[in-house]
Ligand binder design. Structure first.
Ligand SMILES: NC(=O)c1ccc[n+]([C@@H]2O[C@H](COP(=O)([O-])OP(=O)(O)OC[C@H]3O[C@@H](n4cnc5c(N)ncnc54)[C@H](O)[C@@H]3O)[C@@H](O)[C@H]2O)c1
Ligand SMILES: [Fe+2]
Length: 392
């Protein structure tokens, strides 16, 4: 099966060090010593939920045993506002942090990336200068990432998303944000509540699907990663939701989410994310849920342009997938079924969205041209409105 042109030129980049294991967060001290040998203090960036779950205690002990003074910033909020990231930077500067650790979901890891840049002693940049794609050359503090959700893949991406103003999100895409090292410890995700497991897991699956069908920069390595990610995530999502203590399922999800992150960091995501962002910005729905709500409808919209690739993914997700158009339809139905069986709401009307909101959502989605340009089928404001109406 040939999913890309074999003669195609491509570039692929990812983090240089991944370490995984049950209980591996207790080895964070060794990674700190390796990547920030001269550092005396560190800022661990997290949120109140992760603190309450007691997840970073072993990591903290390991870091302190190595002689580091560790300050914990637990003020991250979901869809982090820019002022929260700036406040975390101030704390990092105050303690003279020589190392930044992102410990949590995508929100905490994204803030950690920004702190590592802005709190570098030689940094002369302000946050808005970072927005955009490779807008500046970034110098940053050593950065370690420890995900506690199996979702965003932020641990291996060069992307950080912050909420700017009341409803808009701004993205930083810069290779300087790639972490020095990533630590995967599935034990940290064991207590993730079913609804968060479902939403973040669907987010990761969307990363794999959109990377595999991306109109730009899709390549043999991102394809390989997206397929393996989808195999792991599709095979274990419901088990992770229903039996949260199942560490095998949790490991599959965590590895799958990371592989999907590596894929979409090189073959970027598209219309599902473009239409999901306004739901987060305006209605404050969790990122993964926003994706799940529009996913089946965007897949149906894309079907005429992406049928062959969807059929290939059906072969990854289903034991007996049909080839061609029938396989594409199976894949779309399977994803719609998975969203529903994971227990997530499936309609916008059940998530506080009113009919009168749809036009604004469609207008806002058009602001996400960075993502829409990757969609396998061109999508305009009228198409976006029709998709939101179908999802309503
Ligand atoms: N940088 C990227 O590449 C990228 C990609 C996709 C999304 N994002 C961003 O990531 C954010 C979403 O991240 P997310 O979906 O991981 O959610 P999140 O980080 O906002 O966390 C969601 C909730 O789960 C809780 N939580 C996290 N881990 C837990 C655990 N192990 N046990 C119990 N509770 C736990 C947190 O306390 C929080 O309340 C959004 O801001 C989105 O824009 C970034
Ligand atoms: Fe996402």
């Amino acid at each position: 099966m040939q999913s890309t042109n074999p003669a195609q030129d491509y570039a692929f980049q990812t983090v240089r060090h991944v370490e995984a294991g049950i209980g591996a967060s207790a080895r964070l001290g060794e990674l700190a010593a390796r990547y920030a040998p001269g550092a005396r203090s560190a800022l661990l960036v997290t949120d109140a939920g992760v603190r309450k779950a007691g997840l970073f205690e072993p990591a903290l002990r390991a870091l302190r045993e190595g002689g580091l003074k560790v300050q914990v910033f637990d003020g991250v909020q979901a869809d982090p506002p820019d002022h929260v990231a700036l406040f975390a930077c101030t704390q990092a500067r105050e303690v003279g942090a020589g190392l930044v650790i992102g410990f949590g979901g995508g929100s905490s890891m994204d803030v950690a990336k920004i702190v590592a840049c802005l709190a570098h002693p030689d940094n002369r940049l302000e946050l808005p200068q970072l927005y955009g794609v490779e807008s500046v050359r970034i110098q940053r503090l050593p950065l370690l990432q420890v995900p506690t959700t199996a979702g965003t893949g932020s641990e291996v991406t060069r992307v950080a998303i912050v909420t700017t103003g009341a409803t808009t999100k701004s993205g930083i895409v810069n290779a300087g944000l790639l972490a020095d090292a990533v630590l995967l410890d599935a034990a940290l995700t064991r207590g993730l509540p079913p609804a968060v497991t479902a939403a973040t897991g669907i987010d990761a699956m969307v990363h794999a699907i959109e990377a595999y069908t991306s109109a730009r920069r899709k390549n043999p390595l991102s394809d390989m990663l997206a397929r393996e990610a989808l195999r792991l995530l599709g095979g274990s999502l419901l088990r992770a939701v229903e039996q949260g203590e199942d560490l095998r399922a949790r490991e599959d999800m965590l590895r799958g989410a990371m592989l999907a992150g590596m894929a979409f960091d090189n073959a970027p995501v598209a219309a599902v994310h473009a239409l999901a962002y306004p739901l987060g910005g305006i209605h404050h729905l969790p990122h993964g849920l926003s994706n799940a709500l529009v996913l089946p409808h965007v897949l149906r919209f894309n079907e005429p342009a992406a049928a062959e690739l969807y059929a290939q993914l059906a072969g990854v997700l289903l034991p007996q997938a049909a080839p061609g158009a029938a396989g594409a339809r199976q894949m779309i139905d399977h994803m719609a079924g998975l969203c529903a069986s994971s227990g997530l709401p499936t309609r916008l009307r059940d998530c506080g969205v009113e009919p009168a909101d749809l036009a604004l959502l469609a207008r806002e989605a058009m602001g996400q041209q960075r993502l829409l340009q990757n969609n396998p089928r061109p999508l305009d404001e009228a198409d976006a409105l029709a998709i939101y109406e179908a999802a309503f």
